[in-house]
Design a protein around this ligand. Structure first.
Ligand code: ATP
Ligand code: MG
Length: 870
């Protein structure tokens, strides 16, 4: 069965069981502070499990892009070495939100695997939770009894908390689970040892394919469990592992999900898969990582230096390292695999097709830049090797190479071992641990349980229409972190505060109670669909009602910037072309930032055209036309632009100003005239094919012009109030250039005169041209003069003394011929004479200098010079 069919069979099976099929959510999560990437199928539905919202259908199924490279689930180091863990993989899942429970979940899983896919029952094992004393929960006999109806009891294994109790995080919904494992070993192997003994033992052919989680508890902050009123089903099946089983192969990499990519790697690199272990690991690493990186970029998450972008960069760098070391690839090539990948997966994931060119460009540029880093690292490493006295390279040095220059430690170790040197791994790990401790200490955080005041999960957002409201606090909790200290998170029954999202910052403002007490709200964010207000203090009369007031001035400035962002987007597509796509935006009260795909720097004319376009829309006084809760299809049909990597519901909000229409949840001015004026302040590159514009509007533009104006008058003042300041400045510059030239000439003349003078002062002693003299030149001038005279005589002995800034300098030049014939040594001489100026120095036998702190001693030193040649 082809992988495409395996995927669609899963979805149609659950569709027939009355599940709504939804598309995969983007991989990068935007409103969950505990997770960077979606790492399991349930992550996008967390709000439903937490009771913060109600899905349209309480049965859902999908295939979800998951990434397990950071945090609680991190399989990165396994990938390439084993045959069944990936960074990015698809998780097929079916969900029940308070609807069906264990009976149906187990029955359907069994039906799908054994009847629809036709998997032989005799290769399956299942597990159930054995219970846990500490948590005080018994064995999951309910699941056991259901499984008994389908599978022989000796194939039902009991598992502990680690394998059979699933938790979303330290807190929140959790419950026992049943895993389904396959044993795809040969009959011979099975005869030697029973599959039963290999389940959950990391055997590559006895692997878990499906996990059925029965969410029936809630884990509280103090660690205790309480029963959930609504019980849920959350299942996840590894798509690539399922393909392995159904295609009768022994490795995920031998399925048609991977073979086209592997063939392409073989062709490009001229290496064969399946002949050499190291090459095989590298090929698996690359074929896996290119998927993770390509999907991420297509979802709008580009490689970068921080956060999720940094994780992506590290994955790609791991692939480059393996191809550099084991496939001898010194030029970018991973980007060339995107073609095959988008052909293979583009139907199920259309974003791969439409974003292909960008994905290729970004990967290529990243590859090129990391290969340069590797080159530089090799040079540095060679230097370290040269400086190494014994045969051990210190952990500190290796860590510096790793931390400052991004040079991977495994490559360092490999190169050192090839040179017969050792790496102090212990020292390296200590340095690494120190760094980790530093960053952990900075990010440590503790979160208390919610204190529920009003049991009301409905929360209304009224911030599109109002900046003030009477509100009640429905729940709150305390969060303590090193960075912010104590912070209180407050949830209201309704709120005018806009939570950070869609690039727009969260509102600030205050709460005021009837006694006139005020608590400032410093930020607003959305977490798993709940709007949370942040306060440094807890209000004192929690159960009363409050006036919640948004900082209107800041909101208005932010709105100006948000509307301007839409107009800028439109302007760029108009001026540069339809290939321009939004790749990120940040809308603050002080400025806006807009990242977009485009392949060259904007010219001055283009920037002017863009600015003019936006300003003409502002002058056009276009009114805001807002449509809320309209079907997504309707908005798209009207021409609304949507963004990749953004999660949209079935109904959306569209924002229109003239011909600019976007799907947007942010807040906007009522009329473009409110923006007053738009000004671009910078344009530059952020990545290959991605440009960034920063701009300002409204008050910020006024400040900008004020500031420029002030600077202008200050300048004019300095120019003695010249009538034409630009001309005055030009004159000044010209004059300055002329003066510079004159000074240069004067200095040259001076040196020339000095040389002539010194030459005439040479005295012949014992066949040696001798001069010892105090002169007024800097160190480099003295060197110049000495070598110049040296080129005219081959029997020269010079000793110059000079005083500068209260310090003394002696400088000795001896012709090489004299050094050889008379055994004279300038280095030795300045060291000797250094005592008169209370200092020391050295150099070569033919030229050396000494510095000292006693200029009064210069004359005495000069007097002694003759002694050396007489
Ligand atoms: P394993 O013990 O094999 O790492 P897991 O217990 O971490 O699996 P779950 O978190 O239960 O797995 O995820 C559900 C399913 O997703 C698994 O049964 C498996 O089929 C699949 N899966 C998990 N991690 C990966 C991965 N890194 N690559 C591919 N598939 C995976
Ligand atoms: Mg795992």
């Amino acid at each position: 069965m082809k992988s495409q069919d395996i995927r669609s069979k899963f979805l149609s099976f659950f569709e027939a069981k009355k599940h709504t099929i939804v598309p995969s959510a983007p991989m990068v999560l935007k409103d969950d502070p505990t997770l960077m990437f979606v790492n399991s199928g349930m992550a996008p539905f967390k709000e439903y499990f937490l009771g913060n919202g109600q899905p349209k259908n309480n049965r859902i199924a999908d295939t979800q892009k998951c990434l397990r490279v950071s945090g609680k689930h991190n399989d990165l180091e396994e990938v390439g070495y084993d045959t069944y863990h990936h960074t990015l993989f698809e998780m097929l899942g079916n969900w029940s939100f308070g609807d069906y429970f264990k009976k149906e979940a187990i029955a359907w899983a069994w039906e799908l695997l054994t009847e629809v896919y036709g998997i032989d029952k005799d290769i399956l094992y299942v597990t159930v939770f054995e219970g846990d004393e500490e948590d005080g929960i018994p064995m999951d006999t309910e699941a056991y009894d259901i499984w008994k109806q389908y599978i022989a009891e000796d194939r039902i294994l009991k598992g502990n908390k680690k394998d059979n109790f699933w938790e979303m995080g330290d807190q929140g919904p959790c419950g026992p689970c049943s895993e389904i494992h396959v044993d795809i070993r040969s009959a011979d192997e099975k005869a030697k040892i029973s599959g039963k003994d290999l389940v959950n033992k990391d055997h590559p052919q006895v692997v878990e394919i499906w996990n059925l989680v029965f969410m029936q508890y809630n884990r509280k902050a103090n660690g205790s469990l309480e029963s959930l009123p609504n019980k849920h089903i959350d299942t996840g099946m590894g798509f690539e592992r399922l393909c392995m089983v159904l295609q009768g192969v022994q490795s995920n990499y031998d399925t048609d999900v991977f073979t086209p990519i592997i063939r392409e790697i073989e062709t490009i690199t001229n290496k064969d898969y399946g002949k050499d272990d190291k090459v095989d690991v590298a090929i698996r690493v690359i074929s896996d990582h290119v998927r993770a990186v390509a999907f991420s970029i297509a979802d709008g998450q580009l490689p970068s230096n921080t956060g999720a972008g940094y994780v992506i960069r590290r994955i790609l760098r791991r692939a480059i390292r393996y191809s550099f070391t084991f496939l001898d690839q010194k030029e970018p090539f991973i980007y060339r695999l995107v073609e095959v990948l988008s052909k293979k997966m583009g139907t199920a994931f259309p974003e791969l097709k439409s974003q292909k060119q960008l994905v290729e460009n970004v990967i290529k540029e990243e590859e090129a830049s990391f290969l340069r880093t590797l080159d530089q690292g090799l040079v540095l490493l060679n230097r370290i090797v040269e400086e190494t006295k014994n045969d051990i390279v210190s952990g500190e040095k290796a860590f510096e190479l790793y931390d400052t220059y991004g040079f991977p430690i495994d490559l360092t170790a490999l190169i050192l071992s090839e040179k017969g040197l050792k790496l102090d791994e212990k020292g390296f790990n200590e340095e690494l641990q120190k760094q980790k401790n530093r960053s952990r200490a900075a990010s440590e955080m503790s979160t208390d349980d919610w204190v529920v005041l009003v049991d009301d999960i409905e929360q209304e957002f009224i911030g599109y229409d109002a900046l003030e409201a009477q509100v009640k606090i429905t729940r709150y909790r305390k969060v303590t972190s090193k960075k912010d200290g104590d912070m209180y998170q407050l949830v209201f029954n309704l709120t005018p505060f806009y939570p950070e999202g869609g690039g727009q910052v969260g509102d600030k403002g205050y709460l005021e109670d009837v006694h006139g007490d005020v608590v400032y709200l410093v930020d607003t964010k959305k977490e798993n669909n709940v709007i949370i207000h942040f306060a440094k203090n807890l209000p004192s009369h929690l159960d009363e009602s409050f006036k919640a007031v948004v900082d209107a001035k800041q909101r208005h400035r932010t709105e100006s910037n948000h509307t301007a962002t839409h107009l800028l987007h439109q302007a760029l597509r108009e001026v540069l072309g339809e290939h321009v796509e939004q790749k990120g935006s940040a809308v603050h009260s002080k400025y806006l930032r807009f990242d977009f795909s485009h392949f060259s720097k904007l010219s001055v004319e283009e920037l002017r055209d863009v600015e003019n376009f936006v300003n003409s829309r502002i002058d056009g006084k276009l009114p805001l036309i807002e449509k809320r809760n309209i079907p997504k299809e309707e908005a798209i049909a009207e021409g609304a632009m949507s963004l990749f990597g953004e999660k949209y519901g079935d109904t959306v909000r569209s924002i229109r100003f003239g011909q600019s229409i976007e799907l947007c949840g942010g807040t906007h001015v009522k009329n473009t005239a409110d923006i007053w004026h738009f000004k671009i302040v910078s344009e530059g590159a952020v990545a290959a094919g991605i440009r960034r514009i920063e701009a300002i509007t409204n008050d910020a533009v006024k400040e900008f012009y004020h500031e420029n104006n002030r600077a202008f008058y200050e300048m004019k003042d300095l120019l003695n109030n010249a009538k034409e300041p630009v001309k005055a400045l030009q004159n000044l510059q010209e004059e300055n250039a002329n003066l510079k030239k004159q000074i240069e000439q004067l200095l040259k003349d001076k040196a020339k005169n000095l040389k002539g003078e010194l030459k005439s002062e040479l005295e012949e002693i014992n066949g040696i041209q001798f001069l010892a003299k105090k002169i007024d030149l800097d160190a480099s001038g003295i060197k110049d003069v000495s070598f110049d005279l040296g080129s005219q005589h081959d029997n020269l002995f010079l000793l110059f003394g000079t005083e500068n800034d209260g310090k003394a300098l002696l400088s000795c030049y001896i012709s090489k011929e004299l050094v050889a014939s008379k055994g004279l040594n300038a280095g030795q001489i300045v060291r000797d004479l250094g005592k008169y100026i209370q200092g020391g120095g050295g150099g070569q036998p033919f030229f050396a200098t000494a510095g000292g702190k006693n200029p009064a001693g210069i004359d005495e030193a000069l007097n002694k010079a003759k002694d050396y040649i007489s």
